[in-house]
Design a binder for this molecule. Structure first.
Ligand code: PMP
Length: 402
């Protein structure tokens, strides 16, 4: 007899990390004294891996809006919107997001993951769907749920996308899916190139703006504003858990598409709706995104200081003004040791290892925030220098270059 539980073991490198006491995930955070800090095991650490790019998650104005909404409407909605109705607050948030980004309609759901999953009805067996190789897992899951055979084009490579679409049947509806700002590498989509190809082949363009809503564009309206090309995006998804400092997701598009997804998107139909607190916090965050553009300049300056410092140390990280950085480390165990070394130096930064990234290409993923002080950035850099030297990584990089 075989037991299904027999497969429930950690990967061998994770097991080794656990036995060495350096398993980095699921560490309980006891407190968040400030947006750029966490307390773990009683130690205050610089948080270097968060997606809270504008530093809003701990903003008292969001907390106050959330507390008021919870006081007035309760902590949960009891069920999905189809069962217990929408909140007026959901509709207010949908209207605000639609107006802010420039769409006819928006559907708010409970997470960014679910927003992408709710795209499944557009990704059916009849459709030809081409997605960037680096799209988030939730897009892949949406394709599985929808039943399409997902085709992948090389990361941000419009010419490869064109070759791929050229080989597909012209009589099948075509959909191209990409990300606004990529979640691991932090680079921005080649929207002019990808949108031109999508248009040439009559494909609808879907962009996951999980990370760029609130961040890119002079007004924080996301990647469409950044390129002055919002109308080129047919459907866009958002996560409210990152720049907006709350929790939740949204799908934006033409009225008839959003009405269709409201009634067909299983992720929206069969899951409890966004609680009042998170809805109100996201609404408040949208005000702040519009009113305080200096947060966007600050996070760009933090990202530049951090990425320049890492490059000067010898890490193979491009200098960037966008907040996500993937610092290449190599094999899984070295990357886990790197994270443990950073922790010893007072910096909490999480490793991304296989299978999230290809084997041998493990990275430490960093997220700069407007809340980081220059002193905190310097502490992150010192931690990378100390640990990089201790593990012999910087010497190896210098030798590879020389
Ligand atoms: N899209 C992208 C690009 C993401 O990186 C993520 C989460 N990291 C999501 C969607 C899902 O968002 P959430 O965490 O709010 O569910």
């Amino acid at each position: 007899m075989v037991d299904v539980f027999d497969k429930c073991v950690l990967r061998s490198d994770h097991e080794m990390a656990a036995s060495l006491g350096i398993y980095p995930y699921y560490r309980p955070v006891q407190a968040r004294p400030a947006a750029g800090e966490v307390v773990i095991d009683g130690r205050t650490l610089v948080l270097a891996s968060s997606n809270d790019y504008l530093g809003l998650s701990g903003d008292p104005r969001l907390a106050e809006a959330a507390a008021r909404a919870a006081g007035e409407l309760g902590c949960g909605n009891g069920s999905s919107r189809i069962a217990t109705g929408s909140l007026a607050l959901h509709e207010e948030l949908e209207g605000r997001l639609a107006e802010f980004v420039g769409f006819e309609a928006v559907m708010v759901v409970s997470t960014g993951y679910q927003a992408n999953l709710a795209l499944a009805p557009l990704l059916g067996p009849r459709e030809t769907v081409a997605a960037d190789l680096d799209v988030h897992a939730s897009v892949i899951d949406a394709a599985r749920l929808g039943g399409t055979r997902l085709r992948r084009f090389r990361h941000n490579d419009a010419a490869h996308l064109a070759r791929l679409l050229e080989q597909t049947r012209p009589d099948a509806p075509r959909v191209v899916v990409t990300e606004g700002m990529f979640s691991v590498t932090g680079d921005v989509v080649d929207l002019p190139g990808i949108a031109e190809v999508a248009q040439r082949y009559g494909a609808r363009l879907v962009v996951d703006s999980g990370h760029d809503l609130g961040l890119l564009g002079a007004g924080g309206r996301g990647v469409g504003e950044h390129f002055g090309m919002q109308p080129a995006i047919d459907v866009q998804t958002f996560a409210l858990s990152k720049t907006l400092g709350s929790l939740g997701g949204a799908v934006a598009g033409p009225e008839r598409v959003i009405a269709y997804l409201r009634n067909r998107g299983r992720a929206a139909l069969f899951s409890a709706s966004l609680p009042p607190s998170c809805t109100a916090a996201a609404l408040r965050a949208l005000d702040i995104v519009a009113d305080e553009p200096e947060r966007r300049s600050r996070v760009a300056a933090v990202a530049e200081r951090l990425s320049t410092g890492l490059a000067e140390l010898g890490f193979a990280t491009p200098v960037t003004s966008t907040p996500i950085m993937a610092v290449p480390i190599g094999d899984t165990l070295t990357c886990l040791q790197m994270a443990a070394g950073l922790l010893d130096c007072g910096v909490f930064a999480l490793p991304m290892v296989a299978p999230s990234v290809p084997e041998g290409q493990a990275v430490i993923r960093l997220g700069a925030t407007a809340a980081h002080t220059d002193a905190q950035v310097d502490r992150i850099l010192e931690a990378f220098a100390t640990t990089g030297r201790r593990l012999g990584l910087l010497e190896a990089l210098a030798a590879a270059e020389g």
